[in-house]
Design a binder for this molecule. Structure first.
Ligand SMILES: [Zn+2]
Ligand SMILES: [Zn+2]
Length: 226
């Protein structure tokens, strides 16, 4: 069976079901995603229990917040990097600082609203990743999870042998953040984030699938990395 990439769009977030010999979910969105997730699975003839692993790219509420209900729905394990896992396990609201003028302004403006919708149920992380990442072969996916810090200190990405890279908030590609593919407007360490891009490029990434917005070719982001 050929690799399938199925975006799971939830308001401003895009999560991805990757299905090959096995199936995994990259990012879990924010809470309240159970019903649309089941509908999407049904549409693609995937049973909930076929999802073997949930991989929140980092511990922000909009990427990890839906993990608990999706874990209960599927029985999948949750894999996260050791530096972000506490956010999910202890239900800690987290949103990195703005690194552009709009990033700083929008974070201040939206914080009261986002804090209201940003609470979520904690969930236990079953697979704790260190900086070495891990292969996804045992989950039936030809690719790996790699450590790509910068947006948060525990951010990870999934890179497939096909050249498809699921990078969470290593890039943004939609409003209200940006108009076109760019580095994220929120980050804990933007220089570290650029180093993570070097890793992603070295591993042969060609098509970038961000956590917010549509996929784009790698070339579109290169000019922001110098
Ligand atoms: Zn984030
Ligand atoms: Zn986000």
């Amino acid at each position: 069976m050929a690799l399938q990439i199925i975006p799971f769009q939830r308001s401003i977030n895009t999560c991805y079901i990757l299905k090959d010999k096995g199936a995994v979910l990259v990012d879990a969105g924010y809470p309240g995603c159970a019903k649309p997730f089941l509908e999407l699975l049904a549409k693609h003839n995937i049973k909930p229990e076929e999802i073997l692993l949930i991989i929140p790219t980092h511990g922000d509420f909009d990427h990890a917040g839906g993990a608990k209900e999706l874990k209960e729905l599927t029985g999948a394990k949750i894999a996260m990097h050791k530096r972000d896992k506490e956010n999910l396990e202890q239900s800690i609201f987290h949103w990195p600082e703005g690194v552009s003028a709009w990033g700083k302004m929008s974070r201040t403006m939206l914080m009261p609203f986002v804090k209201k919708i940003g609470s979520f149920e904690p969930a236990e992380v079953d697979v704790v990743l260190d900086d070495q990442g891990m292969s996804l072969k045992e989950y039936g996916i030809d690719g790996e999870i790699i450590y790509t810090p910068g947006h948060t200190y525990g951010s990870i990405s999934v890179i497939l042998e096909s050249g498809d890279a699921f990078v969470g908030c290593l890039a943004h590609n939609r409003l209200p953040f940006v108009f076109r593919p760019r580095l994220p407007i929120y980050a804990m360490d933007i220089e570290l984030l650029k180093e993570s891009w070097v890793k992603v490029i070295k591993l042969g990434a060609q098509t970038i699938w961000p956590g917010h917005g549509r996929s784009f070719p790698l070339e579109k982001i290169l000019k922001y990395l110098n």
